[in-house]
Design a protein around this ligand. Structure first.
Ligand code: FAD
Length: 263
């Protein structure tokens, strides 16, 4: 069993205090489901970890019916997200995806913010939130900025956050009609995730888990050539979940079956 080196713990319910503390030696954490194993493997060596779970401002789920959005605090767990009545009503695909994350332990302790900020490619939430057009509120002691999910997750295990920034929340427009999410999963995490928003005029296809970061294409409905070009361009990972050709074939089969067009 790996023994963690001596480590400081910063706990505060005050967001400003947390923001003043976070830096390259003071890593934020919420559920610890990714950070603790990463420290055990020696991949992360902060001097101290900064608990985000006690910060009320990171815990909310606020629904704005007038603007048709839900703002979800970064420290909201997968379980709270999937059980929230308004999320289930207005964002059913997101709620369903959160309800199927990992296992019961990960769903009760792992958070939306931890999922996005660890940027492990084999994630459901990044794919679904990109498909929904969510925006992220990023905070630091210097101020606040808003960014898209596409700009937040820039690669495998890589985000655009600086060392003194945290993700505070994501704001998600209510789910549009014609949305679905399907995943292939043989192990604990997804092998391939596909979010679709299909209307009479448009196909919006977002692919995640099998690529370094979720990737979206917006095509005219029926554009089989455009769909094929998008699938051909995707760079699939080669790992224990299967080789790139396998993932590409599964994606083609799923899109062919769902959209009625063989890419
Ligand atoms: C066994 C297992 C199965 C899983 N299966 C799935 C699955 O099926 N689908 C899926 O989508 N995911 C899956 N996951 C990933 C899971 O969703 C994440 O582990 C969880 O959401 C991480 O949240 P956390 O709060 O525990 O993160 P932590 O471990 O606390 O933090 C993770 C990283 O993010 C940083 N961080 C955390 N919060 C913030 C913040 N607000 N701002 C800035 N940085 C922050 C930390 O510094 C750390 O680097 C699985 C994980 C495990 C362990």
């Amino acid at each position: 069993m790996a023994v963690l080196p001596e480590l400081g713990l910063v706990r505060s319910g005050d967001l400003d205090e947390v923001l003043a503390t976070v830096d390259s030696d003071h890593a934020p954490y919420a559920g610890g489901t990714e950070l603790v194993p990463a420290m055990g493997l020696g991949l992360r060596r902060p001097e101290a970890i900064v608990d985000l779970k006690r910060v009320e401002a990171l815990q909310g789920i606020v629904v704005d019916a007038e603007f048709g959005t839900a703002t979800i605090g970064a420290a909201v767990t997968h379980r709270r997200l999937s059980d929230h009545p308004a999320v289930r009503e207005h964002l059913p695909t997101l709620a369903a995806a959160a309800s199927r994350v990992g296992n019961a332990r990960v769903r009760s302790t792992g958070t939306v913010g931890g999922n996005l900020c660890f940027a492990e490619p084999r994630s459901d939430l990044g794919c679904v939130l990109l498909a929904l057009g969510a925006t992220a509120e990023v905070r630091s002691a210097e101020g606040t900025r808003t960014t898209s999910i596409d700009e937040l997750i820039v690669g495998a295990f890589e985000t655009s956050l600086t060392e003194n920034e945290i993700l505070a929340s994501v704001t998600v427009p209510f789910e549009p009609p014609g949305m679905s999410y399907w995943k292939l999963q043989s192990y604990e995490r997804p092998t391939l995730g596909v979010a679709l928003v299909v209307t009479e005029d448009q196909w919006q296809v977002t692919v995640g888990a099998a690529t370094e970061r979720p990737t979206r294409a917006v095509l005219a409905a029926g554009d089989a050539a455009g769909l094929a070009a998008f699938v051909d361009r995707l760079e699939f990972s080669d790992d224990m979940t299967g080789p790139p050709d396998y993932k590409r074939s599964v994606l083609r089969a799923h899109l062919g079956r769902t959209l009625g067009a063989a890419p």
